[in-house]
Design a protein around this ligand. Structure first.
Ligand code: ATP
Ligand code: MG
Length: 180
């Protein structure tokens, strides 16, 4: 399902509402060190339900809120939205456009929304189930992850190939059937 737009507001280095539009084909994002490229992939993982602050290079989830700079005051909240074209119903949701959003306030209050309606984190995860993308799938390979894969134990590495080939899903089902 095509991702058409990403909106990042008050998340990490994105002090102001920033819209990134994606055309068909491959999009490359380039920029100097520290300009916020990794923050974009982190924004994507975050809105898809990432719950580990550490994996977003912070110690507390509130660390994702723009912390302020010499010329700008800190943001009161962070919000990220991903907009998908769901005309072909590739996401399990019966609308042509699906907007998933996540918002966090300085108080720590956190909410998820699908098409502006409040939902639970598990609803967001369920939406992407079987789509091949999720916050922890191989669809997102962060900096350092390639080295980690190359240096991993051969059996763990095989697991990654099985996931990429779509076999892991069936292996999990087989294991569940065996346990029952
Ligand atoms: P590289 O090419 O080195 O990988 P990059 O383009 O991936 O760089 P990022 O790691 O995305 O850069 O951005 C890092 C910048 O984001 C740093 O300047 C850091 O200060 C800033 N940053 C991270 N969290 C926050 C925050 N909560 N508030 C303000 N700025 C933040
Ligand atoms: Mg980076």
């Amino acid at each position: 399902m095509p991702l058409t737009e990403l909106i990042i507001d008050g998340f990490k280095s994105f002090a102001e509402k920033t819209r990134i539009k994606f055309d068909t084909g491959i999009t490359g994002i380039v920029g100097p060190n520290g300009s916020g490229k990794s923050n974009i992939t982190e924004a994507i993982r975050w809105v898809m339900g990432e719950s580990s602050a550490k994996s977003l290079r912070g110690s507390n989830m509130k660390d994702v809120i723009f912390a302020g700079s010499e010329f700008r005051k800190p943001a009161s909240h962070a919000e990220v939205s991903m907009i998908f074209d769901n005309y072909k119903r590739e996401l399990n949701f019966d609308e042509d456009q699906v907007i998933i959003s996540r918002r966090i306030l300085r108080s720590g209050d956190n909410e998820y929304l699908i098409n502006k309606r409040n939902v639970r984190q598990k609803d967001i995860r369920a939406l992407f189930l079987d789509s091949g993308i999720s916050q922890d799938s191989l669809a997102i390979i962060s900096q350092g992850r390639v080295d980690q894969i190359l240096n991993s134990h051969p059996e763990d590495r095989r697991g990654l190939f099985e996931e990429a080939a779509g076999i892991l899903h069936f292996k999990k089902q087989k294991e569940e059937a065996r346990v029952q």
